[in-house]
Design a protein around this ligand. Sequence first.
Ligand SMILES: [Zn+2]
Length: 125
Amino acid sequence: MSIISCPECNKQISSRAALCSYCGFQLGDVTEQDLEIFRARKLRDRIYRLNMVSYLVITVFIAGFGWYWWDSRGFSQLSSIGPFVLMGLAAIAYLVVRALLFRARQQRKAMRAKRQLSNELRKNL
Ligand SMILES: [Zn+2]
């Protein structure tokens, strides 16, 4: 076994891999199971990234709230519009991320529900 570069994405992969684990480029005889595992990993990574983005968005919202507190001198004066714009954008972004997460989790659920799910695939979901 040696390490080669994927011809599609140039990442380092095993020469024995049937498909690139990063981009899905097919190097050899790819079975339906290989493809399923690849899709499962992609989905898992997507859910992970979406979770990270949702934490980031929450942090931005809290920062906007802090800005509002600071700008209004501890809620005793009128604040400028800036903090509200920031909190509004963060709230919208949060809803979008939650919707994407919901869809990705539904896909994962559908994948898990498949009857002939191998152990190898289960590990990746
Ligand atoms: Zn690749």
